[in-house]
Design a protein. Structure first.
Length: 133
């Protein structure tokens, strides 16, 4: 129940959001289409700038809003609640979205199984993906 009160207060206003993490080697982007409070359609896109490789994956992930939210840490060590969505059709992909403002995402994935280039284009977050306006 705690997660329901925290989750997706703004979901009715904007149904599609983009998040980005970029460094000198990688660009990771995720598009989230909110189908409901507990279900998202996602597409993760990764590009390795140094090697000229790219990969993407998409699917539908669901959250268990009756569970308590997860706690993630920002780059400065500040804790924040996050709602975890998982894709049961893929082997191990979890998308954790900041519960209150939805400005941050972290992704955990089985890169060895899911990515064409697991060492060079990982789907797992290599940093926090921040919302793009």
């Amino acid at each position: 129940m705690a997660a329901q009160s925290l989750s997706f207060k703004h979901s009715q206003k904007k149904r599609v959001s983009y998040y980005l993490m970029e460094n000198d080697t990688l660009m990771q982007m995720i598009r989230i289409n909110y189908l409901s409070q507990s279900e998202i359609l996602y597409k993760i896109y990764v590009r390795n700038k140094k090697r000229g490789l790219q990969d993407s994956i998409s699917g539908i992930a669901k959250a268990h809003l009756d569970y308590d939210p997860e706690i993630d840490e920002d780059i400065d060590g500040t804790a924040y609640p996050a709602i975890e969505f998982n894709d049961k059709q893929k082997d191990y992909i979890y998308i954790r979205i900041e519960a209150i403002k939805r400005n941050k995402i972290q992704i955990n994935a089985n890169d060895c199984l899911l990515s064409k280039y697991p060492l060079y284009c990982p789907f797992s977050s290599q940093g926090i993906l921040l919302k793009v306006n």
